[in-house]
Design a binder for this molecule. Sequence first.
Ligand code: PBG
Length: 323
Amino acid sequence: MLQRPRRNRQSAVIRSMVEETRLSVKDMMFPLFVMEGQNTQTEISSMPGIYRFTLDLLLSEIESCVKLGIQSFALFPQIPESKKDSMATESYKKGNIYTESIYEISQRFPEISLLTDVAMDPYSSDGHDGIVKEGQILNDETLPVLAKMAIAQAQAGSKLIGPSDMMDGRVGHLRQALDDAGYSQVGIMAYTAKYASAFYGPFRDALESAPKFGDKKSYQMNPANRREALIEAELDEIEGADFLMVKPALAYLDIIALLKENSHLPIAAYNVSGEYAMVKAAAQNGWIDGEKAMLESLLSIKRAGAQVILTYFAKEFAQLKLA
Ligand code: PBG
């Protein structure tokens, strides 16, 4: 036999020499949840090891993550039901928990990268990412709300916003609004191919943000569609995105690879809450080796072409202290 692939697998050193993909904590962005109040952290029951923190404790959490080498974070707010309304007005109110957190974090940790979320759902009494009228999710009417939110976040110190709502035209609208307000340096990580997925369940538990009626299929993408992701990617590029994101990650590795081949922009992938929960649940039952399954999942996302991986595993990965 001329070709014996096993020759390159016979020792740990050779396997390491021919290894094509290597994970680093620098690939990862760690999503965090902030809530109002003081000195409190609550574990999200469907996401073991992941907490909602009040801002004081969140700052210490970020500090310990930074010590572990994590450089990049994404932040989501849990807003009390009493502050939600149909127009998500809390999202751009002065001194709300989210912009206050952005301000404190950027003051305290100027060197980190913080992705801040632009979408109505955490603040919406309807639990949707757009304004609801007669059961419809309005598109163009939602864009100015997103713009107010983005500007409030930029004013608070955000350098990178993540519109996660899937309204048409929002990247272009936000780019223009930020530029007009003097924030041309604020980047946009576009949630380009965000699918209507069952894997977001635990995240909606964390924010208590599940839709009050219906589902998100009229704005998030149909999991059956691949070519349509190219339309979204093309639009986000034209509209001024700085990153393209695929979400979820594991059930959509083909989409990550597709965007990687068809764009020169950096590709991000969101290893979402349900993907995290599945590994944790199986590991807690002793059904799989959680650490190995985590590493294999993260590796597959990078191998598929993601340069940035948003993952709830980031801290656990960083704690492994791999060479
Ligand atoms: C909505 C939003 C969702 C996530 C982040 N922002 C889910 C949804 O559409 O309800 C999901 C993240 C995760 O599951 O980890 N703007």
